[in-house]
Design a protein around this ligand. Structure first.
Ligand code: CAA
Length: 379
């Protein structure tokens, strides 16, 4: 068993660490506080060739292995969990789904621009009464000539306000079968599409999670992704893949929490000593580090399986479940180590603690991951 990254992966990780420290880190806190979308940073990620990591070379991307995508998400998340989820959705949901299920025409139309960040992509499945039970969604479509007409309200769309195009799921107006979804590529400027709300969230403030209203929204019939009725499989397959990214986002956030806890504990004095000299702090640090390593290994294994073309659905659910829960525990302990200062906005740990809370919820709650995992074991 080889636990080592190859030379290219090591260089990529170092390059992104350097970029994260020098370009993202200096502005990340202000973007969060001002609730500003990181448009400039996204352009810079494109200049580094990172926005096209899930885009084949033929369409202007670098089509890198999944483990490399995980490394990039981890490094970005270490300094900006908001930018990490924006990147992850663009790369692992939008670009990945078009690369995998798109027609030649769709690939040519969307992927080169997505690799250059001239198109930022998003993914729109959830609705107010269809979150975990995704196939209960109500957004409908009908075909009229060479157009599809969509009606409904989509919720919780990461980057919704700022994205240029969405992979959006709907069901046929007369569909009798609850589970049969269809997937569409919907441009932001389609007639009848409006961004009707930006969620006022607990954390991840520079990622603009939005509601989209479709009122007789018209899209070309050539913008269906896959065939009518194939959307359920597309949605669940793409989510299986992108959950590796959320595991990696969790790893990046948790690693920063651990770093901050170690730094603080080696500086903060109590009872005449650094608090790191107390066993109660040492044990916390040891447990946090062990959970972090286990999370990282689960994420890498899921990415490795995807790269080998082997089944990875159970393993990506395990990685997402474990890493997101661990990130919350690690953020909790890191804040605890900071004591009262951890509760102050002056210290980064306060933000990371809030940001971590989304990880066990989006792209399938922990409860959904347990359903996915247990189905593989019990079927
Ligand atoms: N890959 C491909 N196809 C799959 C699949 C997979 N992993 N899992 C199921 N399917 C197929 C099934 O074969 C079935 O196909 P047929 O109808 O042809 O038989 C169909 O999908 C329905 O499958 P199930 O009967 O198993 O579906 P279910 O309704 O019981 O639900 C579930 C299963 C796992 C609970 C699923 O609903 C699920 O994952 N829910 C969570 C949804 C989710 O993650 N939402 C997050 C949205 S994105 C987001 O967070 C916002 C963002 O911007 C980040």
């Amino acid at each position: 068993m080889n636990f080592k990254l190859n030379e290219e992966q090591k260089m990529l990780k170092e390059m992104v660490r350097h970029f994260a420290e020098n370009e993202i880190s200096p502005v990340a806190k202000e973007l969060e506080q001002k609730r500003e979308f990181p448009s400039t940073l996204i352009k810079k990620l494109a200049e580094l060739g990172l926005m096209g990591m899930s885009v084949p070379e033929k369409y202007g991307g670098s089509e890198t292995d999944s483990l490399s995508v995980s490394l990039v998400i981890e490094e970005i998340s270490r300094v900006s969990p908001s930018l990490a989820v924006i990147f992850s959705v663009h790369s692992s949901l939008f670009c990945y789904s078009i690369s995998k299920f798109g027609t030649e025409e769709q690939k040519r139309k969307y992927l080169p621009k997505a690799a250059e960040a001239k198109i930022l992509g998003a993914f729109s499945l959830s609705e107010s009464e269809a979150g975990s039970d995704a196939t209960a969604l109500k957004t409908s479509f009908v075909k009229k000539g060479d157009k599809y007409i969509l009606n409904g309200i989509k919720t919780w769309v990461t980057s919704g306000k700022n994205a240029n195009a969405f992979i959006l799921f709907a069901k046929h107006k007369t569909a009798s079968e609850k589970r049969k979804l269809s997937a569409f590529i919907v441009d932001k400027d389609s007639p009848g599409l409006k961004i009707t709300k930006v969620e006022d969230k607990m954390g991840l403030h520079s990622s603009m999670t939005s509601e989209i209203t479709l009122e007789d929204c018209e899209i070309p019939s050539s913008n269906i992704l896959g065939n009518e009725g194939q959307g359920t499989k597309i949605a669940f397959h793409c989510l299986d893949y992108s959950r590796i990214g959320i595991a990696s986002q969790s790893v990046g956030l948790a690693s920063r929490c651990l770093e901050e806890a170690i730094k603080y504990s080696t500086q903060r004095q109590a009872f005449g000593k650094n608090i790191s000299s107390f066993q109660t702090i040492q044990f916390k640090i040891a447990d946090m580090s062990t959970q972090l390593d286990a999370s990282r290994l689960l994420a890498y294994r899921a990415a490795y399986l995807a790269d080998q073309g082997q089944p990875f659905s159970k393993e990506s659910a395990m990685a997402k479940l474990f890493a997101s829960e661990a990130a919350n525990k690690i953020a909790y302990e890191a804040l605890q180590i900071h004591g009262g200062y951890g509760y102050s906005k002056e210290f980064l740990i306060e933000q990371l603690y809030r940001d971590a809370r989304a990880l066990t919820i989006y792209e399938g709650t922990s409860e959904i991951q347990r359903i996915v995992i247990s189905r593989y074991l019990l079927r």
